[in-house]
Design a protein around this ligand. Structure first.
Ligand SMILES: Nc1nc2c(ncn2[C@@H]2O[C@H](COP(=O)(O)OP(=O)(O)OP(=O)(O)O)[C@@H](O)[C@H]2O)c(=O)[nH]1
Length: 299
């Protein structure tokens, strides 16, 4: 049963005056008595997954415009009811035409601190980054896409830290299965096929200085060699089989090979690598996690 006399009417001509705006309730800036639950600080509050196209640099100087998912947060002190949530997006939009790379995030984070009157801020931009990948022997090429995030945080002491995350897909041919297959051939004249599988290395790198996504991909290629292919003809497929023969790996080998390459690069301060081999031998995955673990790093 309807119990009020409120009109059901939308007035498209209604205009908002300054005094009308002043009269609007502003709950998030209300007194501490409005706080629900414990009156304690909140480490991160903001917006997750707002999307817009942003420009990114490449080593050739060409800029790529990519759909980006943004997570933006600030810290909230005890005694404050809430943040001005809309400013997370509005402040970000001031930079929408700029070129984004890890160090750029510091500028946006400082604007978050100012505009939201906060002592700490956090940003993560996630996008799918295309790179042209050449086939092994046919001379063809196609786009490989990489899941990438660049992340930055400004802590309460004003310290800025930046990170890059990358998912790198590769093939892992099991060295044990290879030896067992060879044994079956040699001792019993039996055809046997060692198992190999699509695998993913998830890299989180804390940065000392700027690095292109392309360079991070190159580090992974150098370490693992057997990146999944894009365009494949028979000569490429055979080359890939030879390559997997040459670079067989357990999940432990993959983690240590990546450690070696990441550890050599002075642009990278610390890193965590998680390798997952989506086993064709099992219905479960073989996983390794390795960390450089510098003081105040990622461990
Ligand atoms: N703090 C907070 N705001 C929320 C939440 N969910 C939605 N909002 C809304 O986000 C809207 C926009 O936030 P504000 O930036 O405070 O908007 P505003 O006060 O009109 O604008 P400015 O004072 O100029 O920033 C508000 O109307 C909030 O109600 C929430 O969980 N927390």
């Amino acid at each position: 049963m309807i119990t009020t006399n409120l009109r059901r009417f939308y007035d498209p001509t209604f205009t908002v005056t300054d005094s009308y705006k002043e009269s609007l309730p502003d709950l998030q800036n209300g007194p501490a008595s409005l706080i629900e639950g414990a009156n304690v600080p909140i480490q991160q509050v903001g917006i997750s997954n707002f999307k817009l196209p942003l420009k990114y640099p490449t080593p050739s100087g060409e800029l790529l415009t990519l759909e980006t998912s943004v997570d933006g947060y600030v810290g909230l002190d005890a005694g404050k009811k809430g943040i001005n949530m809309g400013r997370i997006m509005r402040t970000f939009y001031k930079f929408q035409h700029d070129v984004f790379h890890p160090d750029k995030l510091e500028e946006v984070l400082k604007a978050y601190q100012d505009d939201l009157e906060s002592r700490s801020a956090f940003l993560k931009l996630s996008f799918s980054y295309p790179m042209m990948k050449e086939s092994l022997r046919s001379g063809l090429a196609g786009y490989q896409y990489y899941n990438v995030s660049i992340e930055g945080k400004l802590d309460e002491s004003g310290q800025f830290t930046s990170y890059m995350h990358l998912d790198f897909e590769y093939s892992s041919a099991c060295p044990c299965s290879y030896e067992l297959s060879e044994h079956a051939r040699e001792s019993r004249d039996l055809a046997a096929i060692p198992h190999s599988q699509r695998s993913v290395a998830t890299i989180t790198a804390q940065l000392n200085s700027e690095i292109f996504v392309d360079d991070m991909v190159e580090i992974c290629r150098e370490a693992l060699q057997t990146e999944t292919q894009v365009i494949v003809k028979r000569e490429d497929e055979q080359a890939f089989a030879e390559m997997n023969g040459a670079f067989q790996k357990f999940v432990e080998d993959a983690a240590r090979l990546l450690y070696d390459e990441l550890n050599k690069d002075e642009r990278i301060r610390d890193f965590v690598v998680r390798c997952a081999h989506l086993e064709s031998l099992h219905s479960h995955d073989a996983v390794s996690r390795i960390c450089k673990g510098v003081p105040n790093g990622l461990r």
